[in-house]
Design a protein around this ligand. Sequence first.
Ligand SMILES: C[C@H](O)[C@H](O)[C@H]1CNC2=NC(N)=NC(=O)C2=N1
Length: 184
Amino acid sequence: MNRLLLVRHPLLALSKPPLSPFSQTYYYSYTPARINSELYKIKDPPGVSSVHTSSTFCTTNKDLSTENCVPCNTKDLQPMTEDAARTMLQQIAQWNLVNEDGVLKLRRSWKVKTFTKGLEFFRIIAGLAEAEGHHPDLHLVGWNNVTIEIWTHSVGGLTQNDFILAAKINELNLHDLLRRKTSN
Ligand SMILES: C[C@H](O)[C@H](O)[C@H]1CNC2=NC(N)=NC(=O)C2=N1
């Protein structure tokens, strides 16, 4: 099974994102608000060694959220490389890049106030997905834990469509559905 093992900079341990129910999956998270610059040593396959750095530079969601998805059966639509995904990830705050059995996906989680507000959350996302013709995987676990995963099934990986949908989701006003963040 192709697993991406991230060896994170010790300073980053302080900014460990919350464990998700998918915690067995290794992921790369870009949280521009909290990290000035970070050095990742990604455990590469034998014979390949690279060190990736990222910085706080982050274009606003506006750029991608004003775009529209293309049909996923568009000719020559290819899955993007992990480096390209990591670069584009900088435009969608709070989303994580995960590698699930070799398939790159985008993932973000929220806590909703009630189970029915979770379903309302899904209804809103469904309207956006139908309008874009591009659909996320929706998870509602333990009554109030919502997780959305986005990837392009037709190519078995990530395309710009996925980032556009994530950026549009980031622009939604979902505050009345979400639990306030606790300080701890
Ligand atoms: C033709 C149309 O683009 C396809 O049926 C769409 C529908 N929504 C989709 N959504 C996602 N996430 N991946 C797809 O491959 C996909 N294909």
